[in-house]
Design a protein around this ligand. Structure first.
Ligand code: CP
Length: 305
């Protein structure tokens, strides 16, 4: 049995293979009738213990477009509220002849722990501040569609890197595909350890954006900020917000990404978010295609490792 727990441990050929397959799935999404019989007779559980709009619904649609059956389990309304452990919940659900588990949890490492006790594939849909592998893949796919490849592109990842599982997955996949990565944001939100793996770090937004081909804007995770360190949201916006003026420092054809959900007017202005250089809604559509590819690989084919 194989899983998708992170991008750090995937080989570059595996990543490329998943991205090629995702592009094929994009073509299925463009058809008037999107349902294909690939996973007919299979069933998956969406086990979401943290809120989600994009990831949960796109996994559900991805499974349905491939003709798999889906059940959705959330903490609220499940027997976890009566004291059942997550492990017992997962074991019981897997006994219902399901073929895969998709899990989101606020604690880093939970998908790995489920993979250790279950004999069906486990897919990480975001665990704590560890990784969000399908988001990393859909971000890479969006850049490839816009730019042809990531090789030698300058990608600026802006904002709350410290708390971002998206940033972690992006870093692994962008490095694997040959991009130059610059992390920028307030000093207390920039883990210095990334320099050891060849990522540049700066607190100067202009320095990060000059010559950038891609700007990945991260959500300021206000719920996790230390109020002593965080200046007012207005000051954050002034120094690290993506606005018409700060975007002008990047290449004229630079694209803007954001994994969502967004704080409009904090890390990004509405006119940029909704503007012509925003690839944010394409990211959402690509999310369905990437999740179709991952489900196909794990439930229908298997990763070549
Ligand atoms: N990007 C992302 O993970 O969004 P959701 O929290 O809505 O799933």
């Amino acid at each position: 049995m194989q899983n998708l727990l992170d991008l750090e441990s995937l080989s570059t050929p595996d990543i490329e293979n998943l991205l090629d397959l995702s592009q094929n799935m994009v073509e299925i999404l463009d058809r008037p009738i999107k349902k294909v019989p690939t996973l007919r007779g299979k069933a998956v559980v969406n086990l979401f213990f943290e809120p989600s709009t994009r990831t949960r619904n796109s996994f559900e649609l991805a499974a349905k477009y491939l003709s798999a059956d889906v059940i959705n389990v959330q903490k609220s309304g499940s027997s976890v509220e009566k004291g059942e452990t997550l492990w017992d919940t997962a074991r019981n659900l897997s006994e219902m002849a399901v073929d895969g588990v998709i899990v989101r949890h606020r604690v880093s490492g939970v998908p790995q722990q489920l993979a250790d006790i279950l004999d069906i594939p486990v897919i990480n849909a975001g665990d704590g501040s560890h990784e969000h592998p399908t988001q990393g893949l859909l971000d890479a796919l969006s850049i490839i569609q816009a730019k042809g490849s990531l090789r030698d592109l300058k990608v600026a990842i802006v904002g709350d890197v410290l708390h971002s599982r998206v940033a972690r997955s992006d870093i692994w996949v962008f490095l694997a595909l040959g991009a130059r990565i610059v992390l920028v944001g307030p000093p207390w939100l920039l883990p210095e350890s990334y320099e050891e793996i060849g990522v540049e770090i700066t607190t100067d937004l202009r320095q990060a954006l000059v010559d950038a081909d891609v700007i990945q804007v991260l959500r300021l995770q206000q719920e996790r900020q230390n109020s002593k360190e965080l200046p007012s949201l207005w000051e954050y916006h002034l120094r690290w917000g993506i606005t018409r003026q700060t975007l002008s420092w990047a290449k004229p054809d630079a694209i803007v990404l954001h994994p969502g959900p967004q704080n409009r007017g904090v890390e990004i202005d509405s006119d940029i978010l909704d503007g012509s250089r925003s690839w944010i809604l394409r990211q959402v559509r690509n999310g369905v295609a990437v999740r179709m590819a991952v489900l196909f690989r794990l439930l229908g084919g298997g990763l070549d490792e």
